[in-house]
Design a protein around this ligand. Sequence first.
Ligand code: AMP
Ligand code: MG
Length: 331
Amino acid sequence: MITRIMSFCEESKQLAKDFIRMGELVAFHTETVYGLGADAFQDDAVLKIFERKGRPADNPLIVHIHGGYDLSRLIDSEPVYAAALREAFLPGPLTMVYPSTGKVSQYVSCGLNTLAVRMPSSETAQKFLKAVDVPIAAPSANLSKHVSPVTAKHVYDDFEGKIPLILDGGACSGGIESTVLDCTGDIPKILREGLITREMIVSVVGCCEVYAMQEGEKPKSPGMAYQHYAPHCKTAYFTEKELRAAKELYNKEKEAEGNPCFLIKTELQDLVDGEKLLLGSTDVEMASRLYSLLRSGEKKYSLLIGVEPEERGGAMTGVLNRMRRAFGSEG
Ligand code: AMP
Ligand code: MG
């Protein structure tokens, strides 16, 4: 199969419509990371996502809809705060989990009676979703366990010859996956941290919990139970206070003829000598750069040494969650 990378135009629009109708997969730009999409109504198409990604069969998918899609076809009921959150944050990087009508393929939610729905703000995504006019089930367009893709080339690197079309919308501005919010209870509950933060949700509806898995419990957001985002090279992870140990490891790797590199906040760059990739300064900047740096770093270096920034709050919660998982300090 030839994998074409095309920006959205009349020709790619027609191809995307045909492929989706035929039950094929189409990767597309969003404002968070690239998605690997299939018609959410077709069982075989949805199963293809799991096969081609190597995704565990119990990790449910998010369905993506355009601004004009009738949400009541997909969701059964909703709490009062949900409309206010949609009004405030959609289209945008917020996925909301609702009780499902069960109309999409059973494989989308892996047997759960809930459905995760997202309305991306990316122009390419909106045009694609309008053209096909069906809910598109889509996880991130990376092979399972690899770093999520934030350019069309990243998608191509993982899926060349395995999917027919990538809708190129340029680099993803957000850079980390959407916030996943459980909207099935009286109080909204964050299942996965992202650029729509707890503080932002509280400012609209007055309250918001963050889900923490209890030991032995079946995870409410199954994806969070898996290690994700790992680059293909060796990794190590230190806090800012452990810079000495980080430098020692760097030197050891050098002595062993390796090719190490720090991944570090821009302000700290003068504290380490040698190769470094700069994460940026603010939470939003770090989110937008992290995956690109991991993807370019894994190609060039034998060892990436992550240094955890001390910043907290806002989007840092999501950034730190991704860093810890990428550098293997959290399962
Ligand atoms: P991905 O598309 O790989 O970035 O991951 C989608 C995330 O949404 C995973 O963490 C899933 O576990 C989560 N998710 C999808 N559908 C549901 C659902 N119905 N209930 C809870 N979490 C969900
Ligand atoms: Mg993913």
